[in-house]
Design a protein around this ligand. Structure first.
Ligand SMILES: Cc1cn([C@H]2C[C@H](O)[C@@H](COP(=O)(O)OP(=O)(O)O[C@H]3O[C@H](CO)[C@@H](O)[C@H](O)[C@H]3O)O2)c(=O)[nH]c1=O
Length: 311
């Protein structure tokens, strides 16, 4: 049993991790909110604190073995420079402040949750060696935090491990799978080109197993970066799977690919359409070999498993 502190513990990913680790480790849960983790009061320490005032609560890091850092600005698009600055302040400065405190209190291991948004779309399979080139401020802020951590961990007693999850779906989903399911429910979905472009998807329960492997391990995986994904699926297969599992019959509106890449990508509100038409395939061979990670859920299995929560 280890003493583990989780920031962003009330989030989609955080709360699922807590659910898995609650009886296996001693947990300290940090988040601005606690509606999803209140049920664990008495079995875990829950603190409604923020990264900005870390000096007020950092002493709780005394005796902590592992920090899992999820709290972040995520799932929304900044509209101006001030909002972009908020992403940098929270995701880069917040991570720096937390890591400095971990170092001060001799925390052994720091797991940083980054994102596959650090990679640009590509028709080639993406490994951890693929050059990074984030296209949005969220991906940029996560990459800056990664670079800070990899640099500072060269001379630190706190080891750093980085996860770059693919697009996560499942219970409490707020991301792209939720948007696609909502579109299918409304009855109309855009199909870009023939819908043959592939997307890397990650079912929440697979991700939780990867975190459990890390949490339980005696290895600190220092300065290792791991892509985590359940599999790569054609866009058309994603739509067909949603339709099958949720028993829906959405009308497919076919949009020429060129229209998306040349025009939609330049018009703010249509950018999402252009992104839907891109290919991003993730390899998690490294996580399989070093971490012992194995994806257990196919897309249909993941959707069926989460049907109860999504409806
Ligand atoms: C901005 C901010 C956020 N938070 C908390 C509020 C939320 O409960 C939590 C983020 O959870 P959600 O919004 O559900 O995001 P979730 O999908 O779980 O996102 C995770 O997954 C992402 C990768 O898929 C990671 O990049 C994020 O760091 C990580 O938070 O962080 C704080 O406690 N303090 C903050 O300052």
């Amino acid at each position: 049993m280890k003493k583990i502190l989780i920031t962003g513990a009330n989030g989609m990913i955080g709360s699922s991790i807590v659910n898995e680790l609650i009886d296996l480790h001693e947990l300290i849960l940090i988040d601005l909110y606690s509606d999803k983790i209140d049920k664990f009061r008495g079995r875990a320490t829950i603190i409604n604190f923020d990264l900005r005032n870390i000096s007020e609560w950092e002493s709780i890091l005394e005796g902590v073995n592992t920090v899992i850092h999820l709290a972040a600005a995520v799932h929304w698009t900044p509209k101006n420079k001030k909002e972009e600055q908020y992403f940098i302040k929270t995701n880069v400065e917040g991570t720096r402040k937390l890591f400095e405190a971990c170092n001060k209190y001799n925390v052994a291991r720091f797991l940083f949750f980054s994102t596959n948004d650090v990679y640009e779309a590509s028709n080639n399979l993406i490994t951890e060696e693929t050059p990074v080139n984030p296209k949005n401020i969220y991906g940029k802020s996560k990459l800056l935090a990664e670079q800070y951590l990899l640099d500072v961990s060269k001379n630190s007693n706190t080891s750093v491990c980085i996860f770059r999850p693919a697009s996560v779906y499942g219970e409490n989903d707020k991301g792209s799978m939720k948007s696609l399911i909502d579109l299918c429910k409304k009855g109309v979905v855009p199909m870009i080109g023939k819908g043959k472009n592939k997307k890397a998807l990650l079912y929440i329960k697979d991700l939780v197993q990867a975190v459990k492997k890390y949490a339980d391990s005696e290895n600190d995986f220092n300065r290792e970066i791991f892509n985590i994904s359940s599999g790569n699926y054609e866009y058309i297969e994603i739509i067909n799977s949603i339709a099958k599992v949720f028993d829906l019959k959405p009308i497919r509106i076919y949009i020429p690919k060129l229209l998306c890449t040349k025009i939609a990508s330049k018009i703010g509100p249509l950018k999402k359409l252009a992104i839907a038409g891109e290919t991003k395939m993730i390899s998690c061979d490294k996580a399989s070999i070093l971490l012992g990670y194995k994806a257990n859920f196919s897309l249909v299995e993941g959707l069926k498993d989460s049907k109860y929560y999504i409806i």
